[in-house]
Design a protein around this ligand. Structure first.
Ligand code: SF4
Length: 74
């Protein structure tokens, strides 16, 4: 799956850093960005999506994750 953070929605709360510190980092403007866009799905990433106060994080499943599955944007 891929992780996308909408910088326009991110307020730099750091919530996802506490939940999945190995998946996200701050950029120079204190906005979240994924360390790697393509990752294996895990509970931390899914929880970060659910806990983000501005719903800035989106995960997209790829055909490599589940052949034939529809893309999931939230
Ligand atoms: S939890 Fe959401 S708003 Fe907070 S830093 Fe992460 S992406 Fe930005």
């Amino acid at each position: 799956m891929t992780i996308v953070v909408d910088a326009a929605r991110c307020v730099g709360s750091g919530t996802r850093m506490a939940i999945a510190p190995d998946r996200f980092e701050f950029d120079d403007e204190d906005r979240s960005r994924p360390i790697a866009e393509t990752v294996e799905e895990d509970t931390g990433v899914r929880t970060a999506v659910d806990m983000c106060p501005t719903q800035a994080i989106t995960i997209r499943r790829t055909t490599a994750d589940a052949p034939g599955a529809k893309a999931d944007t939230r």
